[in-house]
Design a protein around this ligand. Structure first.
Ligand code: EPU
Length: 420
């Protein structure tokens, strides 16, 4: 199995280009199931999760051509067959084919996505929403079996114990796009990825209003057409390079980042004392104020601080002066990175859904193991700032979400290599 080896302590310098957003691309690829004609999706990040979604579509019968960073998909020959466990279990994001399949065939069989290292990930909101639209759903031998004579627009309150749900909103938006009449989704997720999906659907001919707010109004249409669409840049990748620049005391230009999508991250780094320059199409970060000071944060649905940046920000807090309390309100058990960060020299304890991070520490290189995508990103960051060499194993987690990580960091001057 591959490993990443990093010799820490090199200030990163230069420019890094941000790839297309993984979490936008996944539901957008699923939404091509709704189109008559070919869709061309541009700025597609070439990642393991994207490959999995394309494999699922191909398994169902879609015709797919990948050309550089774009993919052409024609789903007209897709058949209504079960989406199998062997593919669906590879990532939770595959559950977002349920809505489009149901809208298109009035029947869908999709394997339950299974467990997840970042804590329980129920799909009750997905099912509740689709049932409200008229679907009958049963869970049978690990498969979700959904059918509907017709889907009919309704008013649906989609809030759950932890607030809004990104993929439940996506699933429902896609199903409602072809439903009869008007659907109102209250407590919808307002993440930029949801806005991206709504823009894609609207370009295809859908009538979705209110994306970005907590109230979505969707007027069902009879059919949707294939279109060409460009995916937004990945805000989590941009945030990760921002932290990389800060913790190595470097000077990094993050090209293609949309600052408006990174409000909470920029705000927290500035509160810690860093200066982030916002330019037209990029962010520039230079750490002249070292050490930074500790700040508290709570992860929340957008526009709050994203859970997908919690682990990376924690690395910054380990190196800052003072004590920081980081509370996880989206996935209360998403703290797998802490054990390995402590082994590298951090001082973090977990109390319920909060991590208490005593700052002013330094990282020392050692052998560590990645446990999930963002936890792995945190280990890479800690290694970049560490004294000596760190060997990170199980790096396939990083392949799921960071396109060209080794190449991009090498381009910034990091001493990093991938070995077998
Ligand atoms: N939840 C429910 N019931 C549901 C669905 C969700 O209670 O039916 C709860 C979850 O357990 C969680 C909260 O609601 O506590 C929010 O989860 P959400 O449904 O929004 O997560 P998701 O849509 O499954 C997406 C991203 C995640 C990201 C979360 C939160 C994709 C493919 N995944 O997941 O991304 O952490 O939103 O922003 O879009 C990652 O990229 O590393 C990643 C995990």
């Amino acid at each position: 199995m591959d490993k990443i080896v990093i010799e820490g302590g090199v200030p990163l310098k230069g420019e890094v280009k941000i790839s297309g957003s993984k979490n936008s691309a996944l539901p957008i690829l699923a939404a091509t199931l709704l189109a008559e004609g070919t869709c061309r999706i541009k700025n597609l990040p070439l990642l393991k999760d994207i490959e999995t979604m394309l494999k699922i579509l191909e398994f169902l019968g879609a015709k797919i051509k990948i050309r550089k960073k774009a993919v052409e998909i024609n789903t007209e020959s897709v058949k209504n067959i079960p989406a199998p466990y062997d593919l669906v279990r590879l990532m939770r994001g595959s559950v977002c084919i349920l809505g489009p399949l149901l809208a298109r065939f009035r029947k869908a069989i999709v394997s339950l996505p299974g467990g997840c290292i970042i804590g329980p990930r129920p799909i009750d909101l997905h099912l509740k929403g689709l049932e409200k639209l008229g679907a009958e759903i049963e869970i049978d031998k690990g498969y979700i079996k959904a059918k509907a004579k017709k889907l009919k627009g309704r008013r649906i309150f989609l809030g759950g114990t932890f607030g809004s749900s990104v993929l439940a909103t996506a699933n429902l938006m896609m199903a409602a796009a072809l439903a009869e009449g008007e659907t109102l989704i209250e407590f919808a997720a307002g993440e930029p990825e949801i806005v991206d999906l709504a823009n894609f659907l609207n370009k295809m001919g859908a009538k979705v209003k209110g994306a970005g707010s907590h109230l979505l109004r969707i007027k069902g249409v009879k059919k949707l057409r294939g279109v060409s669409y460009r995916i937004i840049p990945d805000r989590v990748e941009a945030g990760t390079y921002l932290i990389a620049g800060l913790i190595t005391r470097g000077k990094v230009s993050i090209k293609g980042a949309i600052s408006g999508h990174l409000g909470a991250i920029i705000d927290k780094t500035e509160e810690a004392g860093a200066k982030v320059e916002i330019k037209k199409n990029s962010l520039y970060v230079e750490n002249s104020q070292w050490p930074l000071k500790s700040v508290n944060l709570i992860t929340l649905p957008y526009p709050g601080f994203p859970t997908d940046m919690q682990a990376q920000f924690m690395v910054l807090m380990c190196l800052s002066e003072g004590t920081s309390v980081i509370t996880e309100r989206v996935f209360p058990r998403r703290f797998m990175h802490i054990g390995e960060l402590n082994r590298m020299g951090a001082d973090i304890v977990v109390e319920e859904n909060s991590a208490i991070v005593r700052g002013g520490r330094k990282f020392v290189g050692t052998r560590v193991m990645a446990s999930d995508l963002r936890a792995s990103a945190a280990l890479v960051l800690a290694s970049l700032a560490a004294e000596g060499k760190t060997e990170i194993s199980r790096v396939y987690h990083l392949d799921r979400g960071y396109e060209g990580l080794v190449e991009k960091l090498t381009g910034l001057g990091a001493k990093i290599k991938r070995t077998n």
